[in-house]
Design a protein around this ligand. Sequence first.
Ligand code: MG
Length: 164
Amino acid sequence: MIRVGLGFDSHRLVPGRKLLLGGVDVPSPFGEKAHSDGDVLLHALCDAIYGACGRGDIGEHFPDSDPRWKDKPSSHFLLEAGRLAKREGWRLVNVDATILLETPKLSPWKKAIAESIRGILAPLWDLEASAVSIKAKTMERCDAVGRSEAIVAHVAVLLESGGS
Ligand code: MG
């Protein structure tokens, strides 16, 4: 059996915060405003995994009203989402992500971001390089993303039954 999952997340961008994407600290004059570390890509990836498992969303598993998750590295959330999927007998086949951000340009960082995600998930699944795809687009200076007020991530995952 196979299952598809879709994840979406967005955060406001503010000065003085890190711009974390897939666990990579991308140099930028502004970063994601959030209760946790604000890693929009990892949050969307968690939701994609939870969605494929039919297990709700990241907000149900890690409510932002809970002080335990304040400034928590989002790699923790991803590993927990992955552990749940694996416990329920799923293997992650691939991840395909699109990040919407006006600036800075992410082209130099896409490979490092993909490597970082593979590394976070390595205790669960050995994903080959082509199984984690990171794409980046601007909004052509339209809407909140285009004005550099926000960042958005969309992620699709495929899970296959068969445990590891
Ligand atoms: Mg988020």
